[in-house]
Design a protein around this ligand. Structure first.
Ligand SMILES: [Zn+2]
Length: 242
């Protein structure tokens, strides 16, 4: 094991969660079933989308200038399916993302505004066995978020231009990391997750094959976790600070 054993705080101790993702739809493929469980339990979950996903989709005749609005609307609808109504869009350009000081500062600002006890983002490390999950924007968003998680958000001397008070999150959940250490059984919320995935209509050229593919992936996660047969699970890497 190169990652420590997962030791997440019990959900009952968590009031707020912030999810940061590179593109609209990433959180729905990676974590929406778990998010639905959290909001059901009374946890407030906020989303922060770093880019507007302008380079996504398949419609060559669509005016690309429309895409930010289309994708923000789709993500807002997807979020509502899993009980999330607080969305922050940073407006960076899809396909050009780097973990620059501007990006880290903007994520730091959202962390300090939301003040979560748990932060969920994409892994900054490439997974060679699932390369599409390691899109360069995902790695960049993940790297920027991890740098904001530690040390920036909790250090009052980092980004002194920010007016928000420093905030230490303490717990980080990664999606699409090469090595998982935690699985969440999402059998009870899988339909909500699938509805959230399907809300990104501009991204699905063949919606008929998408749902079975996602179900199969979730089944495999459940199998790896040792959950009962025909259950569904999402996979994470959980890291605690200190
Ligand atoms: Zn993506």
């Amino acid at each position: 094991m190169t990652v420590p054993t997962a030791n997440p705080r019990p959900d009952s101790e968590i009031e707020r969660v912030l999810v940061v993702s590179a593109h609209p739809d990433d959180v729905d493929f990676g974590a929406a079933g778990t998010v639905a469980l959290w909001t059901k339990a009374g946890i407030e979950v906020s989303y922060c989308m770093v880019t507007d996903g302008q380079a996504g989709g398949f419609e060559t005749d669509r005016d690309r200038a429309e895409m930010p609005l289309v994708r923000r609307a789709e993500q807002t609808a997807a979020a509502a399916q899993v009980g999330v109504h607080d969305l922050h869009f940073l407006g960076y350009q899809d396909g050009y993302l780097e973990p620059t000081q501007d990006v880290i500062r903007d994520i730091t600002r959202v962390i300090r505004q939301v003040r979560p006890q748990r932060l969920l983002c994409q892994s900054p490390e490439r997974n060679w066995s699932r390369l599409p999950a390691s899109h360069p924007d995902h790695l960049a968003a993940g790297e920027a978020t991890v740098r904001a998680f530690f040390p920036a958000a909790g250090n009052p001397f980092a980004y002194p231009e920010l007016t928000e008070e420093a905030w230490t999150v303490g717990e980080l959940w990664l999606i699409a990391h090469p090595e998982f250490n935690h699985y969440v059984d999402i059998t009870d919320t899988v339909e909500q997750k699938l509805a959230a995935v399907m809300a990104h209509t501009s991204q699905h050229a063949d919606p008929g094959t998408l749902i079975p593919r996602v179900r199969t992936m979730l089944n495999h996660n459940a199998e790896r976790a040792g959950f009962p047969e025909s259950h569904y699970a999402e996979a994470f890497t959980v890291i605690r600070l200190g």
